[in-house]
Write a protein that binds this ligand. Structure first.
Ligand SMILES: O=C(O)c1ccccc1NCC(=O)[C@H](O)[C@H](O)COP(=O)(O)O
Length: 209
């Protein structure tokens, strides 16, 4: 299963987290986030990683030019769109960067958000469901109402995000069986500073499942 640890800001932590078992690292390219990392600093993390690790840049309502600029400086394998990007924007991104994975994140405020997610399936490679928060775009530590997601079976792979921790991840996995999981604040000491003991605990519980 795909395990994405998001909000990496420190090279040594990125390296350690992949050694512990993460398949995918996420880098927050949203300047208002306390987990923001510059393209140059993303590349410094990437240089310590095995080539097999997926490297996702997380953007929210960025322009194509901003994304293009980041890609010239950091060797990302995918783009996560965490704002209000349209299907047309996803299509354009695909045309420009056909080799990159495109993940559309949907922040679930009401059940209609799941219908919105379905409208992206022909325009992206993967979906990610995250918690809605009126002031924060991501990294909120809030869980979704998992019961309301039980019928969610999109025709593309999907990741579950939002408030996952080593303590609740197995319950979520057993209930929803997503293709992957995404964690940030649940394995942190403070925003952008990962807690390696919590990451270790995460992979321990996953291996025992
Ligand atoms: O994490 C952020 O600070 C962030 C800021 C702006 C847009 C997206 C952001 N995070 C996106 C993620 O993929 C997080 O991993 C996801 O929201 C889950 O976070 P958490 O609830 O803390 O596990």
């Amino acid at each position: 299963m795909r395990v994405k640890i998001c909000g990496i800001t420190k090279p040594d932590q990125g390296k350690a987290i992949t050694e512990l078992g993460a398949t995918t690292l996420g880098f927050i390219c949203v300047q208002s986030s306390p987990r923001f990392i510059t393209p140059q600093d993303i590349q410094a993390v990437i240089e310590l990683l095995p080539i097999t690790v997926e490297r996702i840049g997380v953007f929210a309502n960025a322009s194509l030019e901003e994304i293009r600029q980041t890609l010239t400086e950091a060797e990302l394998t995918g783009i996560q769109l965490h704002g209000n990007e349209t299907v047309e924007f996803c299509d354009r991104l695909r045309q420009l960067f056909p080799h990159l994975e495109i993940i559309k994140a949907i922040r679930v405020k009401t059940p209609e958000a799941l219908l919105l997610a379905e409208t992206y399936i022909h325009h992206v490679d993967s979906l990610l469901l995250d918690a809605y928060h009126p002031q924060q775009l991501g990294g909120t530590g809030h869980t979704l109402d998992w019961n309301s997601l039980q019928q969610f079976r999109p025709a593309v792979p999907w990741l579950l995000a939002g408030g996952l921790t080593p303590d609740n991840v197995l319950e979520a996995l057993n209930l929803l069986k997503p293709d992957g999981i995404d964690l940030s604040s649940g394995v942190e000491q403070s925003p952008g500073d990962k807690d390696l003991a919590k990451v270790r605990q995460l992979f321990k519980v996953l291996s025992e499942n």
